[in-house]
Design a binder for this molecule. Structure first.
Ligand SMILES: Nc1ncnc2c1ncn2[C@@H]1O[C@H](COP(=O)(O)OP(=O)(O)OP(=O)(O)O)[C@@H](O)[C@H]1O
Ligand SMILES: [Mg+2]
Length: 246
């Protein structure tokens, strides 16, 4: 099994509105793909499609060879939504225990998994505080820990680095690379160029269209620029020119 996530000619939207046009992507085991695009470009919509929370208007999404939506595939995915879905009155440990149990982590392993997941996001010393007293960044960090708790084969993370300081961001990236090296498949969205540089593959989305796709170094070379930001601007101008011609 090489392709873990595959999106073919996806058109997606809400009701009659079209948000995403002609999106294609493939992610193999051990690969990290970052979706990069401005606010409202369709990143979360694409993630919701891959999770099977939205049924494609056209095209297909497959996860581990299974067409989505498919509930069974959800147990293979550690998901971090853009909006934190946490139980505020429970402590961080209770949230982790609850999600871990829901995702089938055996009781005997739960303690070690909590220590590991909380460690990745440096929340070990806050595990027994109620989540309603957490800062925004702490809630983001706990959401990431929840995505990691069950040791899933696939991680889908919608803006995992929002509200996270540079030092911790670096530590998180180190762990994501480590997980990828173990064969996990990682899809994430970001606005941050530093994050983009850490990914193996980038998909640049603008106004619901994929305007460029490739490795960070490959894209910089292809567009003959110095930064991913410049790739984005150049590819965006080409998109505008193309769309106004036809
Ligand atoms: N539930 C919804 N119903 C109708 N329209 C929606 C819904 N969710 C998103 N949209 C629209 O789809 C478009 C893409 O939104 P999406 O959330 O996918 O963008 P995004 O790239 O994730 O943005 P951000 O970086 O701000 O999170 C926007 O125009 C948005 O208004
Ligand atoms: Mg979003």
């Amino acid at each position: 099994m090489t392709k873990v996530i595959e999106v073919l000619n996806l058109r997606q939207g809400y009701g009659k509105t079209v948000v995403l046009k002609q999106i294609n992507l493939k992610i193999k085991a051990g690969e990290i793909l970052a979706l990069l695009g401005p606010s409202g470009s369709g990143k979360t919509t694409l993630i919701s499609s891959i999770m099977g929370m939205l049924k494609p208007q056209k095209g297909t999404v497959t996860v581990l060879g299974n067409q989505m939506p498919n509930r069974q595939m959800l147990s293979e995915i550690g998901f971090m939504a853009q909006t934190d879905a946490l139980y505020g009155t429970l402590t961080a440990r209770e949230n982790l225990t609850f999600f871990g149990a829901m995702q089938g982590v055996p009781k005997a392993r739960l303690g070690a998994r909590i220590t590991y997941a909380a460690g990745v996001v440096k929340l070990n010393s806050h595990l027994d505080r109620a989540v309603q007293y957490f800062s925004g960044g702490m809630k983001r960090r706990l959401s990431l820990a929840l995505a990691l708790i069950a040791d899933p084969r696939i991680l889908i993370l919608d803006e995992p680095t929002v509200g996270i300081d540079p030092e911790l961001r670096q530590q998180i990236w180190k762990e994501l690379h480590h997980l990828a090296a173990e064969g996990k498949t990682i899809l994430l969205t970001t606005h941050v160029m530093d994050d983009a540089l850490q990914a193996d593959q980038l998909l640049l989305i603008r106004q619901g269209e994929a305007i460029a796709q490739g490795s960070p170094a490959g894209l910089v070379a292809e567009y003959r620029v110095k930064t991913i930001e410049e790739v984005f601007l150049k590819a965006g101008r080409m998109q505008d020119a193309h769309n106004s011609n036809g």
